[in-house]
Design a protein around this ligand. Structure first.
Ligand code: TYD
Length: 148
């Protein structure tokens, strides 16, 4: 998979209970790199043209689980982009800062579940793609130490 900043896959410990089902376990700071302050989940995604995301976060970290069905995830760190199908309930997608993410192509039974490092703050969102590109380009330039 192409190298994308602020992104990784997290495989959860899973207990197979045979005919009695499967348990996947998530513990803060053990399986995910932050304390969970907020949980939200998205469902009723049967509409073929549903689109979610289309933003990046300045400080918020999240881990996303598709606990039913599947969807396509598009990630863009300002330099590289990837698209892949999210469908494993025991594999979380870590979405760190400065990562433009868009979800589409939801299966009719899709439910996704998100663990977040902070409460909801609209000021933490970058919802305009050009603004996102300017923001990350500027940050990368500053961290490179180059000056005019
Ligand atoms: P958004 O984060 O853009 O959803 P997604 O990433 O799934 O597309 O949020 C959509 C709307 O819901 C937006 O108006 C903000 C509101 N919202 C809250 O009020 N609290 C929350 O915790 C979340 C995730 C969203």
């Amino acid at each position: 998979m192409q190298s994308i900043k602020s992104f990784s896959l997290i495989e959860l410990p899973t207990i197979q209970d045979g005919i009695d089902g499967t348990i996947s376990i998530v513990e803060s700071r053990k399986h995910i790199p932050f304390d969970v302050k907020r949980v939200y989940y998205v469902y009723n995604l049967a509409n073929q043209i549903a689109v979610r995301g289309k933003h990046a976060h300045k400080e918020l970290e999240q881990v996303l689980f598709c606990i039913s069905g599947s969807f396509k995830l598009h990630l863009d760190d300002g330099e590289n982009q990837i698209d892949f199908l999210v469908y494993k309930p025991n594999v979380g997608v870590y979405l760190g800062i400065d990562l433009w993410h868009t979800m589409t192509d939801f299966s009719s039974n899709c439910i996704f579940f998100v663990l977040a490092s902070d409460y909801y703050h609209e000021s933490d969102y970058i919802r305009n793609y050009n603004e996102f590109i300017n923001y990350v380009t500027c940050k990368n330039f500053k961290s490179s130490g180059l000056t005019f």
